[in-house]
Design a protein around this ligand. Structure first.
Ligand code: NAD
Length: 427
């Protein structure tokens, strides 16, 4: 059973057993990658001239592995999902969770919209409440000033949507905060809305009668939420005891910020990996996610978990997802372009939806591992290979040393060095 739309299945058995080159060949065939994109992924060097134009004072670039998550079915479409991460177990966790809900239909996703918020801070206002109303009266002019900043966006159906004005109390006295609501379509939109806020600032000073300082987007992009839900059958979970352990883990996270921070970090293991692979801004998404998790005045879980009608587990994830297909590094970085081609997404909203599904998958796997064997057994098996490499193992030595570390339940560099010495002594 594969995707109704494409006829392709993401249930690729034995993918992890293939060599990186054979995996890439399979992904190339699945996603219809052209030779240039596949060639770049095989030799993913970043042109120093390009790097030099991306940031300041460039001297080099860092390579992070990109793994591909199999088994993902999102809104009826089978997907292979590229994930850039330096942490072992993250990709495997998504594959496992996705496999366990694949036959039940996979993930269903949606977005609330593609609107970003820019803030303009007005201080030293003698009559803040009246200033608020005076600014709101100018909605038509505000719309014209904003849209004139970005005719391309307006032509694409985006642009100014609304204005909100809040009076907030601060240590420095009342402030009048104007929010510009702008539909940035397929762009993340930070530069877009910052330009609008800066352009509008002198008018806000005139109408409000104070002084403007800050003019910048809010990373709490709560008008750009991505949502995912999925149900895992009881047999896939491993029975009622595991399910109840997973529920207890979720209840713990939602009640306790110390636990919630780690619970949400796990979700972001999946989320940030696709955000990075597609050249999007990981910090923007992470800041928004954590602020959203604290929106009720208490930092809690970004996911929810309940017993489904058939006794399985029903999970949801909702978080701000300001990502784009244009702007920033997305169009510039050749690896990001190749990853977007693998995903086959046609809009920023499509990308946001897939990212939410991966975040939910990640959380399912983390809760299941925590409620059963613990996180270390799976994690350490993969981590052992890193430890073996750090101890000096190369080629086939890596797997052999790692296997001994796992068997001895001592995934430590000093042990790896001894094992490596013994191995070489025998050779
Ligand atoms: P951008 O300005 O490079 O591109 C956006 C522009 O592309 C739009 O304004 C529009 O004119 C044009 N465009 C072409 N096709 C489009 C389409 N289909 N949909 C929408 N727009 C289209 O990029 P951006 O998205 O405004 O800004 C993203 C960058 O800003 C990221 O690199 C981010 O790191 C950075 N940034 C982030 C923050 C923050 O999060 N706090 C602050 C400043 C900058």
């Amino acid at each position: 059973m594969g995707s109704v739309e494409t006829g392709k299945s993401s249930r690729v058995s034995g993918f992890h057993k293939l060599s990186p080159a054979d995996r890439l060949k399979l992904v190339q065939g699945f996603a219809g990658l052209d030779a240039a994109a596949a060639g770049h992924l095989a030799q993913p060097a970043l042109d120093p001239h390009l790097a030099d134009h991306m940031i300041e004072n460039v001297v080099s670039a860092i390579s992070i592995p990109i793994g591909v998550a199999t088994n993902m079915k999102v809104d009826g479409r089978d997907l292979l999902v590229p994930m850039a991460t330096e942490e072992s177990s993250v990709v495997a966790a998504v594959c496992n969770a996705a496999r366990q809900c694949y036959d039940a239909g996979g993930f269903t996703t949606s977005v609330s919209g593609t609107e970003m918020i820019a803030q303009i801070q007005l201080v030293q206002v003698t009559d803040p409440q009246a200033a608020r109303i005076r600014i709101l009266e100018r909605k038509t002019e505000i719309s014209e000033i904003c849209n004139a900043c970005d005719p391309v966006l307006v032509k694409l159906g985006g642009g100014f949507r609304d204005v909100e004005v809040r009076v907030i109390d601060t240590q420095g006295g009342p402030m009048v905060i104007t929010h510009l609501i702008v539909d940035t379509r397929d762009a993340m939109g930070a530069n877009t809305v910052n330009t609008m806020a800066e352009k509008l600032a002198p008018s806000i000073e005139r109408w409000g009668g104070g002084r403007v300082y800050l003019r910048i987007l809010s990373n709490l992009a709560d008008r750009r939420l991505a949502r995912a839900r999925a149900t895992w059958p009881l047999e896939a979970i491993g029975g009622p005891a595991v399910r109840d352990g997973m529920l207890a883990a979720y209840h713990f996270a939602d009640a306790d910020p110390y636990r919630a921070a780690t619970h949400n970090k796990g979700i972001m293991n999946g989320v940030s990996a696709i955000v990075l692979a597609t050249g999007n801004d990981t910090r923007a998404v992470e800041a928004g996610a954590h602020a959203y998790a604290a929106r009720n005045g208490h930092y809690g879980s970004l996911t929810t978990w309940e017993v489904a009608t058939d006794g399985g587990l029903s999970g949801t994830l909702e978080l701000p997802m300001p990502v784009g297909l244009v702007g920033g590094a997305t169009k510039v970085h050749p690896t990001a372009q190749a990853c977007l081609k693998i995903l086959g997404v046609k809009s920023a909203a499509d990308l946001a939806r897939i990212i939410a599904a991966v975040g939910l998958a990640q959380n399912f796997s983390a809760l299941k591992a925590l409620a059963t064997t613990g996180i270390q057994s799976g994690h350490m098996a993969l981590h052992a290979q890193n430890v073996a490499i750090a101890a000096g193992a190369t080629g086939e030595e890596v797997a052999r040393v790692a296997a001994v570390l796992v068997e001895r339940k001592a995934v430590r560099q000093d042990v790896a060095e001894t094992v490596l010495r013994d191995l070489r002594g025998k050779a």
